[in-house]
Write a protein of this length. Structure first.
Length: 188
């Protein structure tokens, strides 16, 4: 009993500090300094939330840029990768199916296809594509929308984000933001 009461007091103090005070302080600081990010980087249109710039969403229209494939079926509550070995027969068959479907949708794809057009991300919810993967979709989108390939190339360049701090990661394009700009360009 002599050791129990101090241990219990310490446990209660640590629970209050780590389980209540710290989360409240960090949430308050985040809301004050980065309100958009703290609330999920939500994108609104006409006063209605249409998505988040942090999560990929399924796109079925041939006139829009397609995001990376999602093993989570674009469900943010089911984030998942495939966990398949790249040399397994199942993985090879799946990639061949995806390549065939991609070539059917985009007949003028280059011979070297960017990997992110057929592979899923580790979380299944990656909102970004490489600029090369976005550019590979230009002919299909041009045919579907009537916008010139040059206009679409410019849209991609305008929405390409560089490496973080100039050294981390790769250049990328947020698919949702790019599709919103594409929709706006069509309405002009």
């Amino acid at each position: 009993m002599k050791m129990f009461l101090p241990a219990l007091r310490l446990a209660v103090v640590l629970m209050l500090l780590c389980g209540l005070a710290y989360p409240l302080v960090t949430t308050g600081v985040a809301q004050r300094l980065f309100p958009s990010q703290a609330n999920g980087s939500l994108i609104t249109q006409g006063g209605k939330i249409i998505g988040s710039s942090l999560l990929a969403q399924e796109v079925k229209s041939p006139g829009l840029f397609q995001p990376r494939a999602s093993n989570a079926k674009y469900d943010p509550t089911a984030s998942a990768g495939s966990n398949r070995a790249v040399a397994s027969p199942e993985y090879i068959a799946e990639m061949n199916e995806k390549l065939a479907a991609l070539r059917q949708e985009n007949p003028s794809l280059p011979s070297r296809i960017p990997a992110d057009l057929v592979t899923g991300s580790g979380s299944g919810l990656d909102p970004d594509l490489s600029p090369e993967a976005a550019e590979a979709q230009i002919p299909r989108i041009s045919r579907a929308t009537g916008l010139s390939e040059q206009q679409l190339t410019e849209l991609i360049k305008e929405h390409t984000q560089g490496r973080q701090l100039g050294i981390f990661g790769e250049p990328h394009v947020n698919v949702m933001e790019l599709n919103l700009a594409l929709t706006a360009a069509q309405q002009k």
